[in-house]
Design a protein around this ligand. Sequence first.
Ligand SMILES: [Zn+2]
Length: 299
Amino acid sequence: MTTPSDSVLPAAHTSDKAAPWPAYVKASLAWHAGAGLFAIAAPASWPWALAAVAANHAALTAGGLWPRSRWLGSNWTRLPAHAAARREIAITIDDGPDPAVTPAVLDLLDAHSAKATFFCIGAEARAHPALCREIVRRGHSVQNHSDGHSHRFSMLGPKAMTREIAGAQASLADITGEAPRFFRAPAGLRNPFLAPVLQRLDLQLVSWTRRGFDTVRREPTDVLARLARNLAAGDILVAHDGNAARADDGSAVLLAVLPGLLARARSLGLVAVTLPAASLHQRGEDAAAPAEAAASASP
Ligand SMILES: [Zn+2]
């Protein structure tokens, strides 16, 4: 089995309208055909053929329910090697924008000179377009986290999945003036239909290296420990401004977590950048800072 390269290709590379299926899915189709021929050639063996197909379906389902798997197509679980070499990390913030949380998140990021990627829900962006534009104005990136964040997303067929993703894509591009290049599935869950849809829309799937579970964990020290464990260049971290659990003082957990996380990153010589910035092979004018950090830190 081959796995598509997930760490060397820039996002939104040249679109291939043929949208080939991932190797694992093609192998599964061949497996189905083989099982069918086997059952025809040796009718008494049909229970075995059926079992073979059922086992394959279980494996495909497992691949979709394991957010970091690459069985179902290209999936960034870490930044590309050139970004890691620059000591970059990506902090991704999901499920917003949320007017009760996002402005404070932006202020904290500014205070630490850090950039982040906001995986916004299309419907939330339409409800708060000015806030969505403010994210971009402050130097951060808005990317696609589906239109409605349906909990049934991983059970959708190709048409409904296309509607969910293309709907958010149109809204976010219209509101911010920039078409997203990255997609994150709701809860990271997906099925074999997703990869061809993303390829048609020129979107790169992104999951994560580590997540804080801050939609359910209310204790900031617990969330920080999860995000900062073995923190290293190239990591992609997930936290939430929308749907965030509330700490004891009623504020979103992320607000208590961010200062400690950004301080830890800085102490390790890591630079928090957006996903589009991390996808660039050259940093251009601001290349000096990451290069110096890389020179002074061990890999
Ligand atoms: Zn989400």
